[in-house]
Structure formats: structure tokens, C-alpha cells
Design a protein around this ligand. Structure first.
Ligand SMILES: [Zn+2]
Length: 149
């Protein structure tokens, strides 16, 4: 029931054409994708809170939809509810992506500033790196547990 955006597909699976910068219509499109996903996550979060059978959580559940201006993720992270960790991570990603849309930096790789190609954003609207940078990022982080040096 907790549908997520598909995780980053195998980055080597397809040769992508030259990326192009997003226009206003693209930004609107991706914003509506992100906002719809955010609403779904908030609805699920609300259900989880209501299932807690705890007055404090029920009160929070009532407030979740009134938190347009605040970061919902910041509120939820204080609750330490294991079921919500994935939601919280994704809400952070979505809120950051929406902020990048506002700042007109959405769709640019945060590492190298090259436009991320649209099929990648379509499959993975919270993507903040182009494929080569994402691969480098994952390799860097994958090595942390077993340092070879
Ligand atoms: Zn990059």
C-alpha cells in the first residue's frame, strides 16, 4: 500500500539523449507530480497516526493537513515512529524538490549543474543528481562500511 516512486532504475540500462533544460510547463508538471505524491504520503501518515490509539498522535493527525507552511517532515521526525521513516525520508525529498522548483534549480544536478534528463525525472521526480553523479555518490557511500584502505 505504500507506493513509492520507483527507485532509481539501473542507471546503465539506457542511453539517454542529450538533456534539455526544463521550461515552465515542465516545472508545473513535476510540481503537480510531487504535490500529488506528497498528499498521498500525508494521507498515509495521518492514517498511521490515527492507528496509534494515542491522544497525542490523534491530535497530530488532525493537524497534519493544516501544516502547509511548516515542514511536516520536521514535525514527524520527532515522533520516532518506525513505520514512518520511509515516509519521512520521502517527504524530505519531496519538500526539497518543491523548494528547488521555487528556486528554479529543479532539474539541475546538485553536484555538476548539468540538466537532469526528463525521463529520469519522470521516473524519479525527486532526483537531484544526474546519472554519473548519482553513481559516484552511491559508490562513495557504499564503500563506507568496509573501507579498503
Ligand atoms: Zn551531475
Amino acid at each position: 500500500m505504500f507506493n513509492r516512486f520507483p527507485t532509481d532504475p539501473n542507471p546503465q540500462a539506457n542511453d539517454t539523449p542529450m538533456p534539455t533544460e526544463l521550461n515552465e510547463q515542465d516545472r508545473k508538471h513535476f510540481r503537480s507530480l510531487l504535490e500529488a505524491r506528497r498528499k498521498t504520503l500525508l494521507d498515509e501518515t495521518r492514517e498511521i497516526l490515527l492507528e496509534q490509539q494515542d491522544e497525542h498522535f490523534v491530535d497530530l493527525a488532525g493537524r497534519v493537513h493544516d501544516l502547509e507552511e511548516e515542514s511536516v517532515a520536521d514535525l514527524l521526525v520527532d515522533l520516532h515512529i518506525a513505520d514512518m521513516e520511509r515516509h519521512i525520508d520521502e517527504l524530505y525529498d519531496i519538500e526539497n524538490a518543491l523548494r528547488r522548483i521555487e528556486q528554479q534549480t529543479y532539474g539541475e544536478c546538485v553536484d555538476c549543474s548539468v540538466p537532469i534528463d526528463k525521463p529520469r525525472l519522470e521516473a524519479y521526480p525527486t532526483a537531484k543528481r544526474c546519472l554519473p553523479c548519482q553513481q559516484r555518490h552511491e559508490q562513495t557511500h557504499a564503500g563506507n562500511r568496509h573501507p579498503t584502505l
